[in-house]
Structure formats: C-alpha cells, structure tokens
Ligand binder design. Structure first.
Ligand code: KG4
Ligand code: ZN
Length: 342
C-alpha cells in the first residue's frame, strides 16, 4: 500500500514554505525566504512577514505541485504549522490550510513547528523512537527525548538567548554580515580559539539548562578593550574573537549534551541515537564536538541535511503524516498559537 500524500505548509517565521511528502520521500520542498524584505530593519518585522506569507503561500503551493508533477486532487491530507511562531504568519498558513481542506474536502492536521524539527531525523535517517534531540536555532535551544509524534520529554534548554541569536549578535558587534552563524564560522577559520577565554555559563550547575546572554556581554567587553588598546581590531583579532566565541558555545552545548545523554541512556533505548537540528546544527565545530561525544558514549549521531535542518515545510508534512497515521484530524476550530510548548 502506498503511503498517503501530504501537503505541508509552514509560515511561522520568515520563510514561506510548501512541500509534498509521501512516507519518507520528499517529492517537493519549496522555501521562499524573506531576508531581503527584513534586511534594512536588522531583524524580522512581524507585520511584513505576515503580509508576505499571505501573498506568497499560494505561489509556494503551486510551485511544489509543479515540482512533484501532481495536483491538489491527489493530496490525502493537509498539514500546517499551527504554532509556535509569529502569530500573523501562523494565521496566514492556518487560514490557507483551512480553505484548501474545505474546498477539497480533505483532512486537516495542525502541526507543532518544534515537533516538525524534532521528527526530521525520522524522515531523513529513519531513527527509531526514543532518540535524543538537540534543537539549536535562532529561536530555540532545548534537549528533547523524542518518543512519538506527540510524545516528548524536555530535559532542559536555554534560560535566555538561543545560540543562533548569540551568533547573530556577535556578527553585529564585529561588523560581519547577517545571518551571523555562517559569517562568524567563516571568520573563525584560522583563528586561535584559546586566545580569549569567554565564559561557559551554568556548567557548574546540575542539569541541562544553558545560558548564552552573558557571552555577548563578555564579547562586547573584549571588543571594546581591543579598540581601547590599539584603536581597532585587526583581521587576526577578529578571527581569534570568532574562534574563541564559537569554542565557548561548542563547549557549553557539548557538556550539556553529555548530561542529556546520561539521562537518556538511563532509559536503555534499543538503538541509542542523538540527532541535532535547527540552523546552528550547520556549524562544523559544534558537529565535530557532538560527533566525538557520540563516539565516546556509543550513540549513533545524525544531523539532517541543512535544507531540512532550517525552517521548511517537508518537516511539517512528514510530522503530519505520522499524526495522520495515528488518526489525528483537526477541524475548522484549529487555532493559530503564538506559544505552544511541546
Ligand atoms: O533554524 P533556523 O534557520 O531558524 C530559526 O531560528 O528558527 O536558524 C537560524 C539561525 C540563525 O541565528 C543563524 O545565525 C544560525 O541559525 N546559523 C548558524 C550557522 N548557520 C546558521 N549558527 C552557527 N553556525 C552556522 N554555520
Ligand atoms: Zn524553526
């Protein structure tokens, strides 16, 4: 029996995305970014994002249908991000999904955006439940034991900034381009990560909670000290600051992952695995640290390809397909939720 064909829609931040997924096969995944619209404001403007989603969702769906060489009539269900996220954008997606579900008389499934990220390793690598997930992006940072499409245990997370935000702020302080992650990582090449000792907050505290806001204060102080001492930063100073910052983020994440692994292994999973997802999972220094840790602790390590790590609709369609298989259906009372903890 062929798996159902699921249309996924995602519009919770600044990417308008549509995808068609059948089982573990991604037939099409369209992501229309909006960074050009928000660039001059230095961050995502919710009203601009919401309007762009409303204008572009239609085109994103058409493009996905064309790429998959299929039509709306062939779809078995519509899965849509119903939160958490910027409410105007989530509403745009939910309204579009409700319109399609009514017009086509197809089932509607509301999906938690974080569940979408968390289930991606099942789509890409077929991981068995339960696995451990580190979700690290511009808006999120948490450890989850993933037991099922609606069954998660949160082991801890950031108590202030997300690591992606820290990378973005670091780039801003050093005059590097946005998004900060890739530009800080590139600048760190050839840098000396031991030159500056940036803080590793909360390592002295038990558990998996993390903090990244102190890091940017330390970085600001270090930058200003270099400016005071020699009137500015040399190219090498900038490389060393970036490498030292990146090493501090890696050390905190790797050490806290060690603790999360220990809590997870207490449950004696049959095929122990750690998956990392979210935009910061693209960072090679972090990946190397996590990979070494998994080798040491006997876990399989997986990181989905970047296009499925960052915001996309294939993950929403896939999460929708698991929920669909378990009989989950929503009706016209499905509401858009700005907050929706797993
Ligand atoms: O998952 P994502 O695309 O969006 C959400 O935040 O939901 O993540 C974007 C974040 C940005 O803060 C960006 O700077 C960071 O991921 N990022 C990276 C790298 N590539 C993207 N951080 C560190 N190293 C990278 N190579
Ligand atoms: Zn996301």
């Amino acid at each position: 029996m062929t798996s159902p064909l699921i249309l996924g829609l995602e519009s919770s931040c600044d990417d308008t995305a549509s995808a068609l997924v059948r089982g573990q096969e991604v037939l099409a995944s369209v992501v229309l970014g909006q960074s050009d619209l928000h660039a001059e404001f230095g961050g995502v403007v919710p009203e601009i994002a919401a309007r762009a989603h409303a204008e572009r969702l239609d085109g994103a769906i058409k493009q996905a249908l064309d790429e998959a060489e299929t039509s709306l009539n062939d779809i078995d269900a519509i899965a849509v991000t119903a939160g958490p996220g910027l409410i105007g954008g989530v509403v745009s997606g939910v309204m579009m999904a409700k319109g399609l579900a009514t017009g086509l008389n197809k089932p509607l499934i509301g999906v938690n955006h974080l569940a979408g990220h968390a289930l991606t390793p099942r789509l890409t690598d077929g991981l068995d439940y339960p696995y451990l997930m580190l979700l690290v992006s511009g808006g999120h940072c948490q450890f989850l034991i993933v037991r099922g499409p609606q069954d998660f245990t949160r082991l801890g997370g950031t108590i202030d900034d997300a690591p992606g935000e820290a990378f973005d702020k670091t780039a801003r302080l050093l005059g590097l381009s946005q998004p900060g992650g890739p530009s800080v990582e590139a600048a760190a090449q050839g840098g000396d990560e031991t030159r500056f000792r940036f803080p590793r907050p909360l390592l002295d505290r038990l558990g998996c909670d993390m903090s990244f806001s102190g890091l940017k204060t330390a970085l600001l102080r270090q930058r200003d000290q270099l400016i005071d001492e020699k009137g500015g930063l040399t190219e090498q100073d900038r490389k060393d600051v970036c490498a030292s910052f990146q090493a501090a983020v890696r050390d905190v994440l790797v050490e806290k992952t060690r603790r999360a692994i220990s809590a997870y292994l207490d449950e004696t999973p049959a095929s122990p695995a750690l998956a990392v997802a979210g935009g910061v999972a693209a960072n090679m220094t972090l990946r190397a640290g996590l990979q070494d840790l998994c080798a040491e602790t006997g876990l399989r390590f997986t990181a989905p390809p970047l296009r499925l790590c960052t915001d996309n609709a294939a993950m929403i369609a896939y999460a929708g397909s698991e929920l669909f298989a378990r009989g989950k259906r929503d009706d016209m009372s499905l509401s858009a939720r700005p907050r929706w903890p797993l």
